[in-house]
Design a protein around this ligand. Structure first.
Ligand SMILES: [Ca+2]
Ligand SMILES: [Ca+2]
Length: 336
């Protein structure tokens, strides 16, 4: 290429000489020699440089190959080392994993055995408790049956009392056994020397069963009448009814004088005023006449057979207070 350029330049200069001045024709020919010389030198130099460049290329290629080889070698070494390390890690990991699995399996087996043992124990306990529960249920059923029998027996038993002045019963759970007539001995037989005989009053039923034999003539029973207006309006001379009452679910009844309510734990059956025969008549008893007394129909005539009078306190041996002279005495019948 360079040579082609130099040749073209020389041809141009020569053409210029052929067309130009004669003075310059020799000089230009001489210059061509110089140019050729220089061109030869330049070519030599270029060739030297080509050789140097080729040498450098060889050196460069050699070093490049060396570097490539070294790089490949190092890379191979690193890969080998890396793979070895990875293999070692994998091996270690697998070993530990195997140990963990083995330990886990052992632990799980142990836990399963323990759990199974506990489950078996619990099942045995449940069976035992179920059996005990069945036994208890049978026992409870028997006790309930016994309790029901006892309750029925207790309710059937109850306790009884006479309600004076009424033909019925009113206590809670209390039933009428029968109603009838209050009665006792005659208040006065007209002779102060004959004040004996019974002192108690009785409740004769209104549906008697009569004997067919006459009595001996020394003891009689008479109907009662209120002989005191203090029993209530219109009570004077009225005959007195009575009732025999059964207080269910109770084992005791009692008449308490001096009160119109029961003590704690007792149920009231009825309350009223205390009554008896007169102190200057034949002996009698204290009874509790209902606070709202009834009268036997058709009994208003003044028979003065067995007679009731309201009772009052008398101070003296009886302390006042708490009592007060001449006040009417309350009474109450209580059950429990
Ligand atoms: Ca009468
Ligand atoms: Ca009378």
């Amino acid at each position: 290429m360079i040579r082609l350029c130099l040749f073209s330049l020389t041809f141009a200069l020569g053409l210029q000489v052929s067309l130009g001045e004669h003075t310059k024709k020799r000089l230009l020919l001489n210059d061509l020699a110089i140019l050729n010389s220089r061109l030869a030198k330049l070519e030599s130099t270029i060739q030297s440089m080509d050789k140097v460049i080729a040498s450098m290329n060889n050196t460069f290629n050699t070093k490049l190959k060396s570097l490539e080889f070294s790089y490949q070698s190092n890379l191979t070494t690193m890969e080998t080392s890396f793979q070895s390390t990875i293999a070692s890690i994998n091996k270690s990991f697998n070993t530990k994993l195997s140990l963990l699995e083995s330990s886990y399996q052992t632990t799980m087996v142990s836990m399963n055995r323990s759990l199974q043992t506990k489950v078996n124990d619990h099942e045995r306990n449940i069976q035992s408790l179920t059996s005990s529960l069945s036994t208890l249920q049978i026992g409870i059923a028997n006790q309930q049956k016994t309790m029901a029998q006892m309750t029925q027996s207790f309710q059937e038993r109850g306790s009884t009392y006479v309600r004076w002045g009424k033909s019925g019963c009113s206590g809670t759970g209390t039933k009428l056994v029968y109603s009838g007539y209050s009665s006792g001995q005659k208040y006065y037989n007209g002779d102060d020397y004959y004040r004996g005989g019974p002192s108690n009053m009785l409740c004769l039923p209104d549906h008697p069963e009569l004997s067919n034999t006459t009595a001996g003539g020394n003891s009689f029973i008479y109907g009662s009448e209120y002989d005191d207006s203090q029993f209530g309006s219109g009570a004077q001379n009225q005959d007195v009814p009575c009732a025999l009452c059964l207080s269910n679910a109770s084992s005791a009844t009692v008449m308490i004088p001096g009160r119109k309510s029961c003590f704690s734990g007792w149920r009231i059956e009825y309350y009223g005023v205390l009554a008896s025969g007169a102190y200057h008549h034949a002996a009698s008893s204290y009874i509790c006449i209902d606070i709202q007394p009834e009268f036997i129909p058709g009994g208003r005539s003044d028979n003065n057979d067995n007679t009731f009078f309201t009772t009052g306190y008398k101070c003296g041996s009886l302390p006042c207070p708490p009592y007060t002279d001449d006040l009417q005495v309350y009474c109450v019948v209580c059950s429990k």
